[in-house]
Each structure stands twice: as C-alpha cells, then as structure tokens.
Design a protein around this ligand. Structure first.
Ligand code: UT7
Length: 328
C-alpha cells in the first residue's frame, strides 16, 4: 500500500443552550394538543435544549469549536479551514463560518457554510476530507450548529415537538498513514441528493422567494419511510468501500431524528443496539448538529475509544443524505 494523507479526528466539542424543555413543559408553554406519552412513544424524544433570545448559531458553534480545539491541543492560529454545516445561519450572508473565524482569531483561510440540512455534517466532513487529502487544508474545524427553534411553527404539533438547538465540532488534522483500513481518520464516504423530494421537508420562506425566514413544513410519514431506506443503503455503500459489512463497525452514529428510524436502520444493518449511539431522547433533532453532538456524548462518557471504527449516516431535506466511515 502507498502512504496516503488521511483526515484524522484530533478533537471533539459540543455546546447546548442552557434552557431545557421537557415534553410537558413544551406542551404547556405553546398550548399544544399533545402529550409526553405520544412524543416519547412515536419519537423517543423526552426533552430538548432551546436557544435563549439573542443566542445565535455562531454563539453555539463558537463554544463547541473552542472545546474541540482544546481537546485537540491546537491553537486557533493553527487552523486553516472553517466549515460550518447549518441551515440556520446568523445572517443570510456572509457565511456564519466567517463570524466564527473572526471570534476565534483564525488567520485568513477558507471559511464557508454548507447547507445540506440534517445531512449537513456528513456532507461537511466529506468536503473537509477532500480538501485535506488534496493538500488544500491541513487542520480543519468542521462544525454542525443549528438554532432550528427559529424555524418552527409553534402552533404545529406535528413538527414543533421534534427539534432542538445545539452545536458539535470536530478538529480534523492531515496525517500521512499507510493507506489501509487500519489507518485512523476518514476511510470512506458517500453522498447523495434527490430533489424530487424537495416538498416533503422544507422551509416555506427564503430571501429569494418570500423574503421571510419561513417555517419548517414536513410530510413526516413519507420522510420516515424514505429515511430508513436511504440511510441503510448509503451506510452499506460506505462500508462496502472499505470491504467491511456494517455489522463490523464498533459504533453506528446516525442522525438523531426519531428513535424508531434509528432502530429500523440498525436492524437492517444488523448492528446491535449496544453499538448504536442514541441521543435523540435528550437533544431531540438538532439537524446538522446531531451527529457531532452524539460523538461528543460517546467520547465524554468514555465509550468511544481511539482506533474504533465509526459509521456516520444522515438524511434531511432535499432529500440529501450520506454516510462516512472513519477510524477514531
Ligand atoms: O431530520 C430528518 C427529518 N425528520 C424526520 O426524520 C422525521 C420523520 N418522521 C417522523 O419521525 C414521524 O413520521 C413523526 C414523528 C413526524 C410522526 O410519527 P408517525 O408515527 O409517522 O405519526 P403520523 O404522522 O402517522 O400521525 C399519527 C397521528 C395523526 O393523527 P391521525 O391523523 O391519525 O388522527 C397526527 O395528527 O398522530 C397525530 N399527531 C400527534 N398527536 C399528538 C401528530 N403529531 C402529534 C403530536 N401529538 N405532537
């Protein structure tokens, strides 16, 4: 095998807003015709964190990034790429990534936002990996951060109970390794989108259409059905690229939208429940932040160890979806 540049994970960080709302508190605050029992049984969600008034995506992203940098033992001056996956930027432009870059004091370098909704983090990791492997970046900050509470219609019980706010970040560093599946770092990825499903999950506003921010609209049943099939297929495809079945993965860290989706995908992939990260109960669906938040929980609880194989898989509006296999 020829030596090969790999994007290796050097640190992970997270930030959740201080305000926590249980299902009962949410129902009471917004006078919703729902119940804790319905939300738990149909989604697995028990509570969510919500940003305070004035608290923005950049605030959450900055805190997660600082923690990831500290864990990686790197200074902001050593970072040469900032990639933020978000659908809830602070402003329509410039990229919220540039705001984070300025606040952290990262020298001039590429900094941009990437919008693939709940698949945003797997898209961002794949792009960062490509930039690192082509030599365009050596130390990247890849962040998933959202304030989805700002997009919710609080009168629509079928959507507003499902989402939460938060941020997670990874530091990736270029590392020359052997070129085998024993290498640490990103080993394989697959990305897809299919715009025929545009209206199944979207926000009914935007700068070029309504001139407003808009609210999230979703055909939940159809999204559920497609999510199970697309995530399973993409996870299998990513694993096949390194010649291993999904069942060989030490951890499956899927996008956290609904515990029933997660369980259905894990079953199809024959990955036992003990190797599946589930955080949707405490974070709800935080879109692009859900995968790095789940990784942070695994690391903080001492369950994810260096050298373990991790399969990440996400799907969201578009539909856009994808999977990444990496060795931690
Ligand atoms: O990040 C990716 C994007 N999101 C997702 O992946 C979400 C995918 N979809 C889902 O997770 C599920 O489809 C939902 C959780 C959204 C809904 O669960 P479901 O089992 O598919 O329920 P349903 O849509 O079939 O609705 C069942 C019933 C309906 O009443 P009727 O028509 O049977 O009388 C809804 O009106 O549940 C009702 N319902 C609720 N009842 C109490 C919908 N939302 C609520 C609620 N509380 N919050």
């Amino acid at each position: 095998m020829r030596p090969r540049l790999r994007a290796r994970v050097a640190g992970v960080g997270a930030c959740l807003p201080a305000q926590v709302l249980t299902n009962d508190e949410l129902a009471e605050r917004y006078r919703l015709d729902t119940s804790d029992a319905w939300i738990r049984e149909r989604t697995g969600i028990r509570r969510r964190h919500l940003a305070a008034p004035g608290e923005t995506t950049a605030d959450l992203a900055e805190a997660a990034a600082r923690e990831a940098l500290a864990r990686a033992g790197l200074a902001p001056s050593e970072i040469d790429l900032v990639l933020l996956a978000t659908s809830t930027p602070d402003h329509t432009f410039p990229a919220t990534a540039t705001r984070i870059q300025r606040r952290l004091g990262i020298p001039p370098s590429p900094a941009f936002d990437l919008q693939a909704v709940c698949a945003g983090f797997v898209y961002a990791l794949t792009v960062a990996d490509s930039l690192i492997r082509t030599g365009l970046a050596r130390r990247a900050l890849v962040i998933g951060a959202e304030t989805f509470s700002r997009l919710l219609d609080w009168g629509d019980r079928s959507t507003c109970v499902l989402f939460g706010d938060g941020a997670g970040a990874l530091v990736l560093v270029a590392d020359e390794q052997t070129g085998t599946v024993l290498d640490r770092g990103i080993l394989a990825a697959t990305l897809r989108a299919d715009g025929r499903h545009y209206e199944q999950l979207y926000v009914d506003g935007g700068p070029s259409s309504s001139g407003t921010v808009g609210h999230l609209r979703m055909n939940g049943r159809e999204v559920f059905r497609q999510a199970v099939v697309a995530m399973s297929e993409s996870a299998r495809e990513a694993c096949a690229r390194i010649g291993l079945p999904p069942a060989e993965m030490d951890w499956f860290v899927p996008h956290q939208a609904n515990v029933r989706i997660i369980e259905a995908v894990a079953k199809r992939l024959e990955i036992p429940r003990t190797r599946v990260a589930v955080t949707v109960d405490r974070h709800a669906n935080t879109s692009a932040a859900s995968i790095p938040l789940a990784l942070d929980v695994l690391v903080t609880e001492g369950r994810l160890e260096p050298g373990q194989l991790v399969l990440l898989s996400g799907i969201g509006g578009g539909f856009a979806w994808g999977s990444v296999v990496l060795r931690w």
